[in-house]
Design a protein around this ligand. Structure first.
Ligand code: SER
Length: 344
């Protein structure tokens, strides 16, 4: 039996999954995609992938069947419960975010053993891995490197930071006491800022006030932000997030000096973001009604990310600064999106 060579995407129906499937399937000479998600892949994406599997990354029998059927070239592991959802079910979040990741790392090891070389494991981590202690420190810290302020305050952030460490372990030290050196994984991780897509609204995140503001405005609906006006974190639009994942996946391993890379595009306060939304959608009704609990989560995230390691090692550079993000991507694409779906 010849196993077909594929790319596996977990969390394929999530917002990063949407963008990644579109981008990968448009690239010449790309391998077919196997899309795994607990929800059915949305219809417009289905013809872009070889197989859609509705299933859970906690189902090890399912993962074993993938191991048998496919030769997996690269895994993009995107499935996760985001930071707000995770606070309503921390133990469930730990299972999905950590045990799910271990299950996929094990699948990657098994694939590597059959291939005789480590297989690529692309991991989407998050600004939630950070935890700055207070607003004074946040202001003084500015843009933080990958190794600063790693005291996450959410279950999701703890899970993401721990999985970054697991990736390093599986890459360097997996079964380190075995008689002969075990094959591990080629682990590569992007630590994302808040992501904004014109096509999808995220579910269960705490940076969601920004995309929610924008999507409400595009639909002519009022929006009350759950964070204060001065709240500042870094953001990136979805095409740049996809670019980061694909560029890091394509980088020669020997150029990579680390496993985890910050990437960022622009930092804005919630008020500045609201003004940009209003400049694209004049008359958008945006108010501020902070929720203490969610506010304190966003306050623990840094105001900026230092992405110089990514710039240096794999020539990372975002295509969209804030102006381009709004004028060339978000505003025109979102208008088209709601015109097509008629969701007003
Ligand atoms: N957008 C994510 C969240 O808010 C952060 O990675 O949970």
């Amino acid at each position: 039996m010849i196993r077909e060579r594929v790319i596996l995407i977990t969390g394929a129906n999530g917002e990063v999954g949407h963008g990644l499937i579109e981008a990968l399937s448009a690239m010449p000479d790309q391998l077919p995609i196997v899309a795994l998600d607990i929800k059915r892949l949305e219809r417009p994406l289905r013809h872009l992938v070889k197989r859609t599997i509705i299933g859970d990354i906690l189902n090890t029998e399912l993962l074993e069947s993938l191991d048998t059927e496919f030769e997996i070239d690269t895994i993009y592991h995107l499935a996760a419960l985001l930071s707000t959802s995770s606070e309503f079910n921390p133990e469930g979040a730990h299972r999905v975010n950590v045990q799910g990741t271990i299950n996929l790392l094990k699948l990657t090891v098994d694939q590597g053993v059959m291939r005789g070389a480590p297989v690529k494991f692309m991991y989407a981590s998050s600004i939630a891995s950070y935890g700055v202690p207070d607003l004074e420190t946040k202001e003084a810290a500015g843009s933080v490197t990958e190794d600063q302020y790693l005291n996450p305050v959410t279950m999701y952030g703890c899970n993401k930071l721990y999985c970054e460490h697991l990736g390093r372990y599986y890459a360097e030290r997996y079964r380190q006491l075995a008689a002969s050196k075990a094959i591990g994984v080629d682990f590569r991780c992007v630590r994302f800022p808040g992501l904004i897509s014109a096509m999808t609204v995220p579910t269960g995140g705490t940076s969601d006030y920004a995309p929610e503001m924008l999507h409400a405005a595009a639909q002519g609906k009022p929006y009350a932000s759950f964070v204060r006006k001065d709240t500042t974190i870094p953001f990136m639009v979805m095409p740049d997030a996809i670019k980061a994942l694909i560029t890091l996946a394509q980088a020669p391993r020997e150029k990579l000096s680390r496993y985890v890379y910050n990437v960022t595009s622009f930092s804005r306060s919630a008020e500045e973001f609201a003004k940009m939304v209003q400049s694209s959608f004049p008359g958008a009704q945006i108010t501020f009604d902070p929720s203490d609990a969610r506010q304190s989560i966003v306050d623990s995230w840094p105001a900026g990310l230092d992405d110089s390691a990514a710039r240096q090692d794999w020539a990372w550079s975002p295509d969209y600064d804030a102006d381009r993000a709004f004028h060339d991507y978000l505003a025109p694409t979102i208008v088209e999106r709601y015109r097509e779906t008629g969701e007003h």
